[in-house]
Design a protein around this ligand. Structure first.
Ligand code: MGD
Ligand code: MGD
Ligand code: SF4
Ligand code: MO
Length: 678
């Protein structure tokens, strides 16, 4: 039996694990004891991450749709067809009639090639990926305030912190190996735990303060905490003076956010707000942690900026075991952003709107005329299929039919799509709408790198061969580029792609493959002698002075009214991964959480005469779904929560596709619904 060290495919913790191989199949996974994140532990998804790889229903051949039915095709047929169609569409309707959705499940090297294909070969910046649905608000909000949109500190620093302020992150379920460090710090060292989350989560049990706000009111309580801190003189004067700008405007804005006023907006009792503010401000090693509860709002960027303000006000950025720590979700969503699978930047966050950056990439790629307009984002690309602004779409490793907001709208758009290519491991709900389906190789069947939430770029390794004729995504993308007549995408292996990445991407400058042994390096890593960077903004912010960006509270787009009288928020469970393409094919995980459900408060259930596990219908202005009621006091009266994993009752039938004006992230965390007994 072979055992090979690699990186988990699921979450942004980026645990190191060994995959066991026997006669060409994966037989198990177990943790690396020496790995800095896993340290001998994995969560249940990691322990079982080998299972889906062996599944019999993997895609094994290219497929071409003819008269509404898929038939097997050869690779050359499929690639030729894609090249022909894309070139024809581009010459008829211009480069921006094509669009590319990249994947946070694939490697850094593959994301780099995806954006290179879009930009160098097809001359469009219409390239984006699921970070748009996830931490787009973080990338925009922290770049504006600090100069870098990434998690500031490292996972092991959670072991030294004396206070955690956690908001909009169900950490033990969604980032288990970080969640367990938080619990250990609370139990073993008496660290203070402040939770601000509308729901009761596992961590609430350990909390010093758990404030349950009304969904979508985050700017108000954050401004309220700053009001308390300033009025009690708890701000860090010296830090503000030396390292930041814009404090006077902040002070002016938060003046109005008295604890009484904040209680009216958020329902957080004023004493809880005051207590949390005092603890956070007066603990030196205090880490601020957040995730989707903060970002997935039409005010997502405002939420992030407000958290950045709070951390700067109290001098909590630029030191060990402090910082603003957005937990990145997918195994390689950090990397997909770093490598430029975004509508506005090349790799290393170099702006497509800067002429000197375009020139740099033109030289490196041997092309002319790279576009300087910002491209379309995920939800804009899908919508543009309907009005034919986008006529050709290439999707690698994403399943927007289940993951994008307002599913009925998405279906309509995909149906109208003129030419769609989907490259995945399985025949997904989205792939059903494709004209060409290409079989990709999974994380266990190729080499490359993933970058985890703490900016650690680490290796994945080929353990087995892909099934049938499936190929690594990077090989397929190179084949397409070649078929289009582009000569600059020939690589022997992923390390060759990384050599090119190093040259054009300063923050990855030192990420040579042999240096990534055994457990990777954290960016910025500027050259071959650079040791990597465990925490950011030491001595000064990436942009020089940190900028306070005060934001007033604004309501979400759709709060409850008389007819749609519940707030719906959507999210995840421990056992499942997004659209369930992988965890739905993993017996242990599927067994634990096999059916779609909605969490309802026990008082509401009583009023509506709904019993636990009874079937209910949940309806929004966009559609309805039927599912099982899970009655508890996890959600407060008047609100409900649905995990979005299940196609049988997809939460995204209900969600609204209103987006943040800057980040273009959808408001997945707030919309209005009604609940009826069936
Ligand atoms: N098991 C599992 N783990 C995962 C994933 C998965 O699918 N399954 N997905 C990964 C990905 S891509 C991501 S992005 C992360 C997401 O990780 P999380 O963000 O932790 O997960 P969510 O369940 O989306 O929502 C987090 C919390 O936001 C709270 N919330 C809801 N509305 C609001 C609000 O208005 N304000 C605030 N402050 N909080 C609110 C919810 O109650 C919930 O506790 O998880 C990653 N890890
Ligand atoms: N209602 C609601 N909707 C949400 C959210 C929410 O909180 N609420 N969260 C949003 C967030 S944060 C995210 S990140 C998105 C996630 O949305 P998606 O990215 O669309 O979801 P996944 O199911 O992770 O899709 C990944 C796809 O990649 C495929 N895949 C895996 N490995 C490989 C590989 O190596 N190569 C190729 N080619 N394919 C591969 C999988 O089979 C799967 O089809 O969902 C968003 N949608
Ligand atoms: S915590 Fe995340 S990276 Fe670690 S084993 Fe679980 S899913 Fe994989
Ligand atoms: Mo995400």
């Amino acid at each position: 039996m072979k055992k090979i060290l690699t990186t988990c495919i699921y979450c942004g913790c980026g645990c190191g694990l060994y995959l066991n191989e026997d006669r060409g199949l994966l037989t198990g996974a177990y943790p690396s004891v020496k790995h800095p994140v896993s340290k001998g532990g994995l969560c249940v998804k990691g322990w079982n991450c080998h299972e889906f790889v062996n599944k019999m229903d993997r895609l094994t051949h290219p497929l071409i749709k003819e008269n509404g039915k898929f038939r097997k095709a050869t690779w050359s047929e499929a690639i030729e067809l894609i090249a022909k169609k894309f070139k024809a569409i581009s010459s008829e309707s211009g480069p921006d009639s094509l669009a590319f959705l990249s994947s946070a499940k694939t490697t850094n090297e593959e994301n780099y090639l995806m954006m290179k294909l879009a930009r160098a070969v097809f001359k469009t910046n219409n390239v984006d990926h699921c970070a748009r649905l996830c931490h787009a608000s973080t990338v925009a909000g922290l770049a504006a305030t600090f100069g870098s949109g990434a998690m500031t500190n490292s996972i092991n620093e959670f072991e030294e912190a004396d206070c955690f302020l956690i908001t909009g992150s169900d950490t033990t379920s969604q980032h288990p190996l970080i969640g367990s460090r938080i619990i250990n710090s609370v139990i073993d060292r008496g660290a203070k735990l402040l939770i601000v989350d509308p729901r009761k989560i596992e961590l609430s049990k350990y909390a010093t303060v758990h404030a349950q706000q009304k969904n979508g009111t985050d700017v108000a309580w954050i401004n309220g905490m700053m009001h308390v801190i300033i009025s009690e003189g708890l701000e860090d004067r010296a830090y503000i003076e030396e390292r930041t700008e814009g404090f006077e405007e902040l002070k002016e804005l938060v003046k109005d956010y008295t604890p009484e006023y904040v209680e009216q907006i958020t329902t957080i009792p004023k004493n809880k707000l005051i207590e949390a503010a005092r603890i956070y401000a007066t603990t030196k090693k205090a880490m601020l942690v957040y995730s989707m509860g903060i970002t997935q709002h039409t005010t997502g960027v405002d939420n992030v900026k407000s958290l950045a303000n709070l951390a700067m006000l109290t001098g909590h950025v630029g030191f060990l075991s402090t910082g603003v720590n957005p937990l990145r979700g997918q195994n390689n969503v950090q990397g997909a952003c770093d490598l430029g699978a975004l509508a506005n930047v090349y790799s290393g966050y170099q702006k497509v709107t800067d002429a000197d950056k375009r020139e740099k990439f033109e030289k490196a790629w041997g092309v002319e005329g790279l576009p300087g307009n910002i491209g379309l984002t995920v939800t804009e690309i899908i919508s543009a299929l309907a009005n034919k602004k986008v006529r050709g779409l290439y999707i690698v490793g994403e399943n927007p039919m289940i993951s994008d907001p307002d599913q009925n709208h998405v279906r309509e758009c995909l149906e109208k799509g003129e030419f769609i290519v989907v490259q995945d491991l399985f025949m997904t709900e989205t792939a059903c709408f494709a004209d060409v389906v290409l079989p990709g190789a999974s994380f266990a069947e190729k080499d490359g790198t993933f970058t985890n939430t703490e900016r650690r770029c680490e290796r994945i390794r080929k353990v087995i061969d892909p099934p049938g004729e499936a190929k690594a995504d990077w090989e397929i993308l190179c084949d397409v580029a070649r078929a289009c007549g582009y000569k600059g995408m020939d690589y022997k292996d992923p390390s060759g792609i990384m050599e090119e990445i190093r040259v054009v991407t300063p923050i990855y400058g030192g990420m040579k493959y042999d240096r990534l042994e055994p457990h990777g390096l954290q960016w910025p890593c500027l050259d071959e002698n650079h040791p990597g960077t465990p925490y950011l903004h030491k001595d000064k912010f990436a942009k020089g002075k940190g900028s306070f960006m005060p934001r007033p509270y604004k309501e979400p787009v759709e709060f409850p009214d008389e007819e749609f009288n519940f707030i719906l928020s959507t999210g995840r469970v421990y056992w499942h991964w997004h659209t369930r393409t992988l965890t739905g094919r993993t017996t242990t995980l599927e067994r634990e959480s096999p059916v779609p459900y909605v969490e309802i408060n026990s008082e509401d259930a009583k009023e509506l005469s709904i019993r636990n596990r009874a079937r209910v219908k949940v309806t929004s202005r966009r559609g309805s779904i039927e599912l099982v009621a899970d009655i508890s006091d996890k959600v407060v009266k008047g609100s409900c929560f649905i995990p979005f994993h299940f196609r049988e009752a997809a939460a995204n039938v209900l969600t609204i596709n209103a987006v943040d004006p800057i980040a273009k992230i959808p408001e997945y965390k707030v919309c209005a619904v009604k609940v009826e007994k069936l």
